[in-house]
Design a protein around this ligand. Sequence first.
Ligand code: SF4
Ligand code: SF4
Length: 299
Amino acid sequence: MQDKFDFSDLLPKSPVTPVRLELDDTFGFSCHKGIACFNKCCQNIDITLTPYDVLRLKSLLGLKSYEFLHKYTVPFEMDGHGMPGLKLKTRDDTTTCQFVTDQGCSVYGDRPTACRYYALGMMSMRTKDSTVDEDHYFVVKEDHCLGHLEPRHQTIRDYRAEQGADVYDDMNREWRQLVLKKRSCGPTIGRPSDRSFQLFFMCSYDLDSFREFVRSPSFATVYEIEPEVMGALMGDDVGLMKFGFRFLKQALFGENSIPIRPGAIEVRAERRRQLIDQERQERQRLADSDGSEATTDKS
Ligand code: SF4
Ligand code: SF4
């Protein structure tokens, strides 16, 4: 009888260990300054940022969100439909993180979610008929990372708490659900509009521009926000970020939780109609003037 052919050598090597772990499962790992691979993981990065990552980093660096986005991030498409995502920019012509120094991470206390998770991965799933997500974990073993050979063992729960991943997950959860929902509607209702992606980008990542938008007269003509609520939002980045998630749910999915002024929708619809009308008339005027120029040329 012929032996079974072993395909394992032909398969691409994945750093993901295909074993599903739960919060009280243990895994062996330790990362510390004296380890021979210190900083190796920060020299070849591919880090996707969440809204809370941006909020923490821009606050630490004393930058407005748009300054941070310009200096430290690169945009990318999170799906095939144009949904905007952000990655941490690397140093010029390298794959090295801009924040790494010989002493380690210069933004350690505010490092992004992905850096806190390493060397774990997480997947959130919702089973049929359930209203809550279940989180599961797996270990990511890359050849350069010697932390897996260290003698320290801990539970996933303890590791997450030690890394501050719990707080970040709480802050990111609502946004992740929003991303999943937006992704899942893409193909069924056609390509979402550019306007909806601009809104998604501003509410997700550009908090300081969103703040300006929320305190603008055009926002006030539609939404009814108590002055004390507005005052609190203006001085609280986390509160404003969460308000941004609510705003997105309302604008994109019609999940209304922000009070709308009576008649505001009708006024806005009328204003839109007028704008569309003006644009149509302008196009017609240009087409007419092109036509008359062509006639003049011939004569
Ligand atoms: S943010 Fe810090 S931990 Fe994350 S890749 Fe950069 S230097 Fe490394
Ligand atoms: S042990 Fe792993 S995570 Fe820690 S510095 Fe080394 S490569 Fe990076």
